[in-house]
Design a protein around this ligand. Structure first.
Ligand code: MTE
Length: 309
């Protein structure tokens, strides 16, 4: 499958779901045949040819590409859901580097194109659940964050990972206003960052990330609220203490550092018990840890998730 830049995508090319599943079978076949995975050329599907196997739940339907790329939160381009799609063309995702530093024996800076080659991305279907009680199901294209972190060899003092978005008001007009303290920062505990479900996404729907979704590289942590999924990352720092995550600093009573999807802990201004899947009329119950509890609940054993929300 070719990876296309966002501007190369014509609406006639946006795949309906049946075609999409067939394409996935094709990709699996290619992978099974041992095709070389060249960066930017072929993305293998991680798993079997059964569309309901692996990371996807049986009742999940993919959110259409149109919705995934037109209903966004990316305050660097405005606070309206349509603002990122309108203004993110101002972002220049090439050339781009990501510096990985801090408590590491071998800190280094990765060029984004080298990242594609060194960590060939694969496809994972994950739900994204926003704190605003809407959700989407997205075929991400990414690789486990832990593969990148292992390369820099974290020291034993590395307890957390801090992520920072580009700060450039010329490319990101929202940063000209103090809507949030810029640049956008997020953080994970080391064990969360090293969990195999945590990925750095370079694309979605088989293509490079559209700018409004966080080009050229973003975090995806499927059991946490969407605001942990920091976009357009330029720096990853291994640190000793809990990072000052943007939403947590901005409104600590509303947004905790952990931000685990939890239907039992309401946001102070609205319930978190249900969510509206984009494209659906009726709300559905929200699942603990966004449905990934079997894989991640043990990370929080002994913690009071009402206090550490
Ligand atoms: N990253 C940056 N840099 N700035 C943002 O405003 N919004 C977050 C997250 N990452 C945000 C960000 C929120 S609140 C959500 S729900 C997700 O991005 C939305 O991702 P999507 O637009 O790809 O659906």
């Amino acid at each position: 499958m070719l990876i296309k830049r966002p501007n190369d995508i014509r609406s006639s090319e946006i795949t309906d779901e049946a075609v999409y599943w067939n394409r996935r079978r094709f990709i699996s076949a290619v992978t099974a045949a041992g095709a070389a995975v060249a960066a930017g050329a072929v993305i293998p599907f991680w798993g079997s040819t059964d569309p309901h196997a692996g990371w996807q739940r049986r009742d999940d339907e993919l959110t259409p590409f149109e919705d995934v790329t037109s209903y966004n939160n990316f305050y660097e381009f405005g606070t309206g859901k349509g603002d990122p799609a309108k203004h993110a063309h101002m972002l220049r995702p090439r050339p781009w580097t990501v510096t990985v530093e801090g408590e590491a024996h071998k800190p280094r800076t990765f060029d984004i194109d080298d990242m594609w080659k060194r960590f060939p991305p694969q496809e994972r279907i994950y739900r994204l659940r926003c704190v605003e009680a809407w959700s989407m199901v997205i075929p991400w294209v990414g690789f486990p964050l832990r593969d990148l972190l292992s390369v820099v060899e974290p020291t034993s003092s590395a307890k957390y990972v801090e992520f920072t978005t580009l700060h450039d008001p010329e490319q990101m007009p929202g940063q000209r206003r103090r809507i949030l303290p810029w640049p956008y920062v997020e953080g994970l505990r080391m064990d969360e960052a090293m969990h195999p479900l945590t990925i750095l996404a370079l694309g979605l729907y088989g293509r490079a990330l559209p700018n409004q979704n966080g080009a050229p590289v973003r975090l995806v942590v499927p059991w946490k609220y969407g605001f942990k999924s920091i976009k357009s990352i330029v720096r990853i720092r291994l640190v000793r203490t809990q990072p000052q995550a943007t939403w947590n600093v901005w409104a600590p009573h509303e947004y905790g550092f952990y931000a685990n999807v939890n239907p039992e802990v309401d946001h102070p201004r609205w319930s978190q018990a249900r969510e509206r899947r984009i494209g659906e009329l009726f709300k559905r119950p929200t699942l603990m840890f966004n449905g990934y509890g079997d894989q991640v609940a043990s990370l929080y054993a002994g913690m009071d998730l009402r206090r550490q929300y």
